[in-house]
Design a protein around this ligand. Sequence first.
Ligand code: NDP
Ligand code: PYC
Length: 339
Amino acid sequence: MSDNVTLSLASMRELSESILMSNGFNQDHAQAITDVIYACQQDDCHSHGLYRLLMCVQSIQSGRVDGQASPEVVDVAPSVVKANANSGISLLAFNAALPMLIEKTKQNGIAALAINNCYHFSALWPEVERLSEAGLAAIAMVPSHAWVAPAGGSRGTLGTNPFAFSWPRQGKHPFTFDFATSEFARGEIELYRRAGKALPEGVAIDAAGHPTTDAEAAMQGAMLTFGGYKGSALSIMIELLAGPLIDDLTSKESMAFAQGKPEAPFHGEILIAFNPDLLSGGHTERNDERAERLFADIVDQGARLPSQRRYIAREQNIQQDAVSIPRALYEDILALRKA
Ligand code: NDP
Ligand code: PYC
């Protein structure tokens, strides 16, 4: 028997929605969550694809995530939208606020969306990619849980704090990147632990503060930021912009709020969108060409653009109408289905 299971794209969607709904998410939440899990799995982003069904179900089973929550969107100012997720998973709040964020950005050149009171488990690239599909550049940031030591420190204070950026391109997929500011995302370490694989050096320290390549010891100890003090400073910026700036929790506060329960982190999210047309004074065409020359210069020397791997995986998986996941994960997911 193969160690992997192959699913058609339609059966992946059906599996995700049915697992979520059988555990108490209403159809709107199940669809919003599935859209992002599906997009990640389709692009072979394994740490935030079907694997995340485990976290979503654990979160609702812990009794605090509201699977029926209706988000409220508030028009705060010409360039500011706030969305209260009301203790639901963040994604429905994002979907509800997206049209207003796009509209404000188109009118004013720049606009921000603060999502508050959300449980957050997802990759950020699907969100910034949607803003670029509307012709905008965008960034997005969230804290998580205090698993990551600041550079020079020895205990978790910062989250894995992802940062995503997207730039629209005429007739092409956007230029998008999205990464944790820790050397590895937590989800990636969990996948190493599940596979019984050693981590590379420089990813984590154990509970005694010693470097470790053992995924379990890393989870008991602290993860490290990427790029030493530089990643550490970016991570602190994300704590501030997606925490106190928008009246929401830091990673440390979010971890305390969870009280040790295996839930998705509870906090806020900030997105900022930019309208190239207004900011370039109406000269988007010539500036798009300059951006394309920049991308071409990178690719010409054999380097790859972020998301290039993802777009290739997307094309292949759509063509084959199939994604592949480890059998052990598939069985864990099936075990989540409630009668
Ligand atoms: P990765 O290290 O896998 O990849 C990060 C980015 O770098 C991707 O855009 C990737 O493009 C690009 N990239 C990778 N290798 C290269 C290369 N050689 N040249 C150019 N670009 C490259 O990401 P992480 O593991 O840090 O994060 C994975 C996901 O986890 C993210 O989507 C993030 O949002 C999510 N996350 C979510 C959190 C949350 O709290 N919600 C917390 C932390 C992470 P490509 O995809 O094409 O390889
Ligand atoms: O992979 O670090 C992570 C993560 C935290 C919350 C969701 N994903």
